[in-house]
Design a protein around this ligand. Sequence first.
Ligand SMILES: CC(C)(COP(=O)(O)OP(=O)(O)OC[C@H]1O[C@@H](n2cnc3c(N)ncnc32)[C@H](O)[C@@H]1OP(=O)(O)O)[C@@H](O)C(=O)NCCC(=O)NCCS
Length: 242
Amino acid sequence: MDIADFIVEGAARRVISPLEGEMAAQRPEGVGPTGLGLLRQMEIGASRAATPSVAFGDISPSRGEIARAYVILAEGVGDVEAREALLDRAMGPKRRKKSSEKLRRGRRPSEGLAFVARDPSGAVVGTVRLWDVTLGENGPAALLLGPLAVEPSLKSGGIGSALMHHAVAEAARLGHGAILLVGDAPYYGRFGFSARRTGTLAMPGPYERHRLLALELKDGALDGAKGTIKAAGRKVKALDFV
Ligand SMILES: CC(C)(COP(=O)(O)OP(=O)(O)OC[C@H]1O[C@@H](n2cnc3c(N)ncnc32)[C@H](O)[C@@H]1OP(=O)(O)O)[C@@H](O)C(=O)NCCC(=O)NCCS
């Protein structure tokens, strides 16, 4: 894959500039360097065809055309089936046995922190969600990130990084103090995650200690945190689609 503009939806819809060097000049008002600087850039693929998505319409009004783009948006209720199918393709059926799943099952993602990436046709090609947890008995609140997955045929195109940067930026914007996840440090290290602050914490089930990673969004958010991580998210109600 070599075509991807990312448009992300947060407090306001944001267009991500293709060139880091042009970022300062093109930065929309209210969008700090985090949102722009972190999203990986690829070539603009311009299409003259109109699309039904309002997000696409934001990208190049000055050119008088609609740009073809990959976009990151809040997950909608209509995305659940496509997201689950994508997770099965990307991670296989064993994904449901992970310890992280214990912290997600029966809960809704943290408010405003479930995202999908869509391809230019609107198909879901990436997913990431964050979940409310507490760190130990009566410990501080934090988020658990995952699962993160990208359509296998589109791997290494920057979609995973774009989802991660957007998720982290939105979690910070919403005032959260820290994000934890279980994953590969060689991948998540590029977003600032490490096992440095997680030695006193534990997952509620089997996991590899060196894969329990954390990122502080606020200095000191993990100070003194210890014990087993517990689910703290809003419970799923009978009619919720999650
Ligand atoms: C992990 C995943 C989300 C990354 O998405 P992506 O869109 O391919 O990622 P990006 O394009 O942003 O980054 C790709 C880079 O990350 C590297 N990378 C991917 N997975 C990695 C891992 N587990 N460990 C180390 N590096 C990894 C790639 O080699 C590539 O390196 P390069 O930039 O030097 O070429 C995707 O590969 C995926 O869905 N994997 C299956 C599900 C999964 O394992 N999810 C994570 C659970 S912990």
